[in-house]
Design a protein around this ligand. Structure first.
Ligand code: PLP
Length: 435
């Protein structure tokens, strides 16, 4: 293969210079030019289209203000803003931590980091989950869980689920279903068998070989198109896995912590996993934060050597301060969250009825909803809704599904706005022969 180190000439002419001291308030056109040159031109173009030549400038609750003064309604942000943008209690907690001690020596114990561990474990009781490993991204805790399960069992194979998403770092990627992210690096990925969600006997069959370390699943697949795994199947899988000494890992990075109602969907449905993984909104929409909460047994390699799996920013005090505040806010907004969920549910049912020729299915629970469109239509609807001021999240594994992730603080008027925009978008795509 011939290498071209300069890459494609995606940007011609002189690029804007960023002088020292530049606070980051770039003119939008300069921002797009630099993004085209230094990030991916395709991504820069998509962002330009979504923002109609503007960039995001500030945000509060479910609203994002653009550089031309327009405001967009944010039901996307890939699930990070369950308590909305810039929630004042989370922001205050982070500010207080900055004023006190934003980073950690790591040689000394840190009360903020430790308090978060205690709070997370307390929140997931009753259960056998008592040990915590903290990361920054969802994939960090997927990696930690798979590494622990492999080390503790001395086995290598992992069972994951068709349609599942667990991240794109090499360990997590092996468990992610979508082949498009695995092509070209397959040889680096650990052995994973993907189970069909409609096959309750799958775990019993697979564990018979004696080489399985972990069963990894999302109780509701988010990136996989908002698809709920049947409880009866999960019950059988978990029982068969645990009978064979296989660790059961519930990846609730997207759907746990109040996004779909309970703090853990897996525990709430009566299952007894060996680990629950949390992330995304755990940092209160302000800081990056993720957590693996697991049993003593699964954590054993870290009990004998706490440096066996470490990462410089694991347990960062600013993230942990945000996490503590976020958990309080999520609990205090539970009623409001239920109200928004009910309003979304009836609004989306009306949409599905009114646009039965566009919308194939509406599914979801709590504050996670998926709208399934005819395959060629979802992309067009995505453009139509963003041009009208509504941000949603596409599904990486199911491009025909658009996800709506409204924050708990969404007002009734904002739900109504989203209904108007969806209505107009379906109408417009019909007028332009979208199907
Ligand atoms: C269920 C689940 N697990 C893991 C991840 C990976 O998280 P991150 O992108 O923060 O690494 C995601 C991200 O969407 C996810 O939805």
């Amino acid at each position: 293969m011939t290498r071209n180190r300069a890459g494609p000439a995606s940007e011609t002419g002189e690029l804007p210079k960023i002088p020292p001291g530049e606070p980051g308030d770039l003119d939008p056109e300069d921002c797009f030019r630099l993004a085209r040159r230094h990030f991916s031109p395709g991504l820069a173009l998509a962002q330009k289209v979504v923002g109609r030549d503007t960039v995001e400038m500030s945000a509060s609750g479910a609203a994002v203000r653009l550089s031309d003064g327009r405001v967009m309604l944010d039901f996307g942000s890939y699930g990070v803003t369950l308590v909305g943008h810039r929630h004042n209690e989370v922001a205050r907690a982070v500010q207080q931590q900055i004023d006190r001690m934003p980073t950690t020596t790591r040689l000394l114990a840190n009360p903020t980091t430790t308090a978060l561990a205690g709070r997370l474990v307390g929140m997931l009781q009753p259960s056998s989950l008592t040990r915590v490993w903290l990361g920054l991204n969802g994939s960090d805790v997927v990696e930690a869980a798979l590494k622990l399960a492999r080390a503790q069992t001395g086995r290598c194979r992992v069972l994951a689920v068709e349609g599942g998403f667990h991240g794109k770092t090499l360990g997590a990627l092996a468990a992610t279903w979508s082949p498009q992210y695995r092509v070209g690096v397959e040889y680096l990925l650990g052995p994973v068998t993907h189970l069909r969600p409609d096959d309750p006997a799958a775990v019993r069959r697979e564990v018979a070989a004696g080489d399985v370390a972990a069963l990894l699943f999302e109780p509701v697949q988010g990136e996989g198109g908002v698809s709920t795994l049947p409880l009866a199947t999960l019950q059988e899988w978990v029982a068969d896995a645990q009978a064979a000494g296989v660790f059961v890992v519930a990846d609730e990075v997207q759907v746990g912590l109040g996004r779909c109602g309970p703090m853990s969907l897996t525990l709430a449905s009566g299952l007894d996993p060996d680990a629950v993984l949390l992330g995304k909104h755990l940092g209160g929409g302000i800081m990056p934060l993720s957590a693996m909460v697991c049993t003593d047994e699964m954590f054993a390699p870290l009990l004998s050597d706490p440096f066996w799996h470490t990462s410089t920013f694991s347990g960062h005090p600013l993230s942990c301060a945000a996490g503590l505040a976020a958990l309080d806010v999520i609990e205090s907004l539970a009623d409001r969250g239920r109200h928004v969920s009910e309003r979304m549910s009836s609004m989306l049912a009306t949409m599905a009825e009114r646009h039965a020729d566009c919308i194939i299915d509406v599914r979801g629970l709590g504050l996670l909803w998926g709208l399934e469109f005819a395959p060629a239509l979802a992309g067009r609807i995505l453009v139509e809704v963003t041009q009208r001021g509504l941000l949603v999240s596409p599904c990486l594994g199911r491009p025909e599904v658009l996800r709506l992730l409204p924050p708990m603080v969404t007002s009734d008027a904002q739900v109504d706005d989203s209904a108007r925009i969806l209505d107009e978008a379906c109408q417009a795509s019909r007028n332009t022969g979208g199907r």
